[in-house]
Design a protein around this ligand. Structure first.
Ligand code: G3P
Ligand code: MG
Length: 270
């Protein structure tokens, strides 16, 4: 990406301090419309969620490669057509109060976010071997369900090939590189993929690496943080945005002098 386009995309992208993880996963079943509504009710301005393809290529909100943990179904997502996934209960495993909650399509989730006026970190989470087709389908759905000039949307992925394909098919959608333990090359990797942000696991981030990411000009996002003391430390290190399962725990526990932890509004990214 040309440096000027990268700078302009980065400038327009303003992430809030807190982003709800999989909607707001501590309070509602992850990756459902109920979890997005819960995040909005908590005052969150953005949510992160996982997008992958059903067996027949429909982009859905789902984390695991199999249906077993978060639905009353079983078997690989990649071998199950959307019509069958849609009959499953994705809420009862979490609590009886959410029984009957379906697996949403990405299109439904984006429509809801627009209606609620909330931003989205869409994590492309391909089933094995489906990286490029997942990226392509996710970008196509964003293209038809997210108003073009709205902003407030960031794609991310652990998958380099998914990010590469997203760049090919939707150059103007900002991208973030997700890393777990490959922190040694993350800045070079993000640069090679023209990303605007780097998303680190708090377990593998050090103060020195956080400084290096910020000095290199990237938005620094850290996941998944549910401890107020950890959140405060990360912000002292220069972390811009924290992805959390439970905004209430972080917000309620933040003392006055670190009130920025509980900030749900948008903050300058750099
Ligand atoms: O996007 C941050 C985080 O969601 C990445 O890990 O496994 O929770 O999708 P995971
Ligand atoms: Mg995720």
């Amino acid at each position: 990406m040309a440096a000027s386009l990268l700078a302009s995309v980065s400038q327009k992208l303003r992430l809030p301090r807190l982003v709800g993880h999989r909607g707001e996963a501590a309070r509602a079943p992850e990756n459902t419309l109920a979890a997005i509504r819960m995040a909005a009710a908590s005052g969150l301005r953005w949510v992160e969620f996982d997008a992958k393809l059903s067996g027949d290529g429909v982009p859905i909100l789902f984390h695991d490669d199999t249906l077993d943990r978060t639905t009353n179904g079983e078997g690989p997502v990649a071998a199950t057509p959307f019509a069958a996934i849609r009959t499953l209960d994705a809420g009862a495993w979490f609590s009886a109060a959410f029984a009957g909650e379906p697996v949403p399509t990405l299109a439904e989730a984006l429509d809801l976010l627009v209606a609620l006026d909330i931003g989205a970190n869409v994590e492309i989470k391909p089933c094995p071997g489906r990286d490029m087709e997942t990226a392509q389908a996710v970008c196509a759905t964003i293209g038809t369900h997210w108003p073009r000039d709205r902003g407030g949307l960031l794609i991310s992925s652990f998958s380099r090939s998914a990010l590469d394909r997203a760049r090919e098919v939707a150059l103007d959608l900002p991208r973030g590189l997700l890393v777990w333990d490959r922190v040694g090359t993350m800045i070079e990797d993000a640069a090679a993929l023209d990303c605007v942000s780097i998303h680190c696991a708090h377990q593998h981030l050090t103060a020195r690496m956080a400084r290096a990411v910020k000095q290199a000009g990237y938005i620094l996002v850290v996941y998944t943080v549910n401890e107020p003391a950890l959140a405060r430390q990360l912000i002292e290190w220069g972390v811009d945005t924290i992805i959390t399962d439970d905004s209430g725990t972080l917000g309620a526990a933040a003392p006055e002098n670190t009130g920025r932890v509980s900030d749900r509004g948008e903050v300058p990214a750099t």
